[in-house]
Design a protein around this ligand. Structure first.
Ligand code: FE2
Ligand code: FE2
Ligand code: FE2
Ligand code: FE2
Length: 434
C-alpha cells in the first residue's frame, strides 16, 4: 500500500495529549525483543529528539506569536512521544547493550538508505559513513564481552556482522573536510531529503547517547573509547547535515521534519511484528499526520507554495530493517581505503593518493599522541583471550589481516596501533565459541 500523507487528516492536535500512564508504558523484554524492533525504537527516539529540538530552534527565530503558539503545542507532543519511545527501554538493558543496538541501527539503516538513494553523491556519502559505524560496532563488541560478559549476538541476533572495518583512529578528520556538497531543494527527490533527515536524526541521537552515558563506566579505557567514538559521531552529524540545502526556509524544514516523521512511523508500523510496539507506531503515525496538516497549512500561508513541490505526493520508506551482511561486506572489501579528499573538493580519494599535508593528519597526530582508545580496546582483548571478538562468515573473518593492511593509514598512527602482523597472529587462534 502506498498513500499520499497530504491527503490524510490524521489525529487532531487537541486529541494528542495523553495520561502519564499512557505516556510511560511498560518496557520491552530485552531477552525476547526482536533486534529490529529495538533498532526501530532507538531510531524513533532519535527522530523525536530532532523534531522537538528543531521546533525549539524554530521558535527562537520566530517573531510571529501566532505561529510560536502553534509550534509550542505540537512541540510538547513531540516531547511526550520521545518519552514514550525512549522509555520502552528496560532499566536492565546495560549502556553497552544499548550501544550495540545504536551501532546496529547505524549499520543496517545506512545500508538500507544507500540502496534506496537516487542521488549518487549522497549514496557515496552514506557508504563512507557506513564503514565507520561498522568499525564502532566491532570495537564496542569487545567491551560488551569484557564488561558484561556477553556475546554481541545477544543484541545483534546474528543479523549484523562484527569484524574490523576502516579503523576508528582513521575516522578523525579535519571537521571542515567533513562538509559535503548539499542537494538542491528544487530538484532533489523527496526520498533523498527524507533519507538525509532520517540519518541526521539517528546519528545525532547516537552522539547524544554516547555523550550522556560514556562516563557511566569507571574503566578509563572504556570511558576514552566512548569519548573517541562520540567525537566521530559529531563528525557524522556534521557530514550528513551538510548534505541538506541550507536555503530551505524554516517552514520548508518544518514540513520536511513532519513528513520524515510520518514516513518513519509508517515504515515502522508496516514492518513491526510486536503487537504492543505496532500500536505505538500506528498511533504516532496518526499524530504525525496531524502535525503534517499543520505544517502544510503554515507553508501554504507563509510561503504561498504547494507542499507537494517539497515532499511529493507519496510516502517513502526510510527505515526498513533487515540483515545487510552481503551489502556491507561488499562496501567493506571495496571501500575500506577510501578517505575524504583534501582541500575544497568535497570528494573522496584513497589512502595512497593522500598528500603529505592532508588536513586530517594534523588532527589524528594530536588526538592519538598518547594512544588511540579504540586500538587499546583490541590490545586489551588480545591480551585477555589472545584474539578479538568477531561474528561473521569464516571467510570474512580470515580477511581481517588483509583488510587492516588496506584500511590503515601509514601516516599519523597511534603508538598502540595493531597492524597486519597483530591481526595475523590473532587469526591463528580459533574463534571463540560462546
Ligand atoms: Fe513526533
Ligand atoms: Fe558509530
Ligand atoms: Fe555514526
Ligand atoms: Fe511531529
Amino acid at each position: 500500500m502506498t498513500f499520499n500523507p497530504l491527503q490524510e487528516k490524521g489525529i487532531p492536535l487537541e486529541k494528542q495529549i495523553r495520561t502519564w500512564h499512557d505516556i510511560v508504558k511498560r518496557p520491552f523484554n530485552k531477552y525476547e525483543v526482536d533486534c529490529y524492533s529495538r533498532t526501530r525504537q532507538i531510531l524513533m527516539n532519535g527522530i523525536e529528539v530532532e523534531a522537538w529540538n528543531f521546533k525549539h530552534n524554530f521558535a527562537r527565530n520566530c517573531a510571529d506569536s501566532d505561529v510560536s503558539k502553534i509550534i509550542a503545542h505540537s512541540r510538547r507532543i513531540e516531547d511526550m512521544q520521545q518519552t514514550t519511545v525512549n522509555w520502552l527501554t528496560p532499566a536492565c538493558q546495560t549502556v553497552l547493550e544499548t550501544t550495540l543496538g545504536y551501532e546496529q541501527v547505524a549499520v543496517d539503516l545506512t545500508a538500507w538508505l544507500a540502496q534506496n538513494e537516487p542521488d549518487d553523491y549522497v549514496r557515496e556519502t552514506f557508504n563512507f559513513g557506513l564503514l565507520e559505524d561498522f568499525d564502532h560496532l566491532y570495537r564496542y563488541s569487545q567491551w560488551a564481552y569484557m564488561m558484561d560478559g556477553i556475546d554481541p549476538n545477544e543484541i545483534l541476533q546474528g543479523m549484523t556482522d562484527v569484524v574490523v572495518s576502516r579503523p576508528t583512529q582513521n575516522h578523525h578528520n579535519d571537521n571542515g573536510l567533513r562538509l559535503r556538497k548539499h542537494y538542491d531543494k528544487f530538484t532533489a527527490d523527496p526520498q533523498t531529503k527524507v533519507n538525509i533527515y532520517t540519518l541526521v536524526s539517528g546519528e545525532q541521537q547516537t552522539h547524544n547517547f554516547y555523550a550522556e552515558h560514556g562516563m557511566m563506566y569507571p574503566n578509563d579505557d572504556l570511558r576514552r573509547t566512548y569519548g573517541e567514538i562520540c567525537d566521530v559521531e559529531e563528525e557524522h552529524v556534521t557530514m550528513y547535515e551538510s548534505l541538506i540545502d541550507p536555503t530551505e526556509s524554516p517552514y520548508e524544514k518544518l514540513l520536511l521534519h513532519e513528513f520524515t516523521e510520518v514516513c518513519n512511523y509508517y515504515n515502522c508500523y508496516k514492518d513491526e511484528k510486536d503487537e504492543k510496539l505496532k500500536q505505538v507506531w500506528e498511533e504516532f503515525m496518526g499524530f504525525e499526520l496531524g502535525h503534517l496538516q499543520i505544517a502544510s497549512e503554515l507553508f501554504k500561508q507563509y510561503e504561498n507554495r504547494d507542499p507537494e513541490e517539497v515532499i511529493g505526493d507519496k510516502v517513502v520508506l526510510p527505515c526498513h530493517f533487515e540483515s545487510q551482511k552481503e551489502y556491507v561486506t561488499d562496501i567493506l572489501e571495496n571501500e575500506i581505503d577510501k578517505r575524504l579528499s583534501a582541500g575544497d573538493k568535497k570528494g573522496y580519494t584513497t589512502i595512497d593518493k593522500l598528500p603529505d599535508d592532508w588536513e586530517s593528519y594534523k588532527v589524528q597526530e594530536k588526538v592519538g599522541l598518547e594512544g588511540a582508545p579504540t586500538e587499546q580496546t583490541i590490545q586489551l582483548i588480545k591480551t585477555s583471550i589472545n584474539r578479538d571478538i568477531v561474528s561473521a562468515d569464516e571467510k570474512l573473518i580470515h580477511k581481517q589481516p588483509d583488510l587492516i593492511k588496506r584500511g590503515l593509514e601509514i601516516m599519523a598512527q597511534a603508538p598502540n596501533t595493531l597492524d597486519y602482523e597483530d591481526y595475523k597472529e590473532m587469526d591463528k587462534v580459533d574463534i571463540m565459541e560462546f
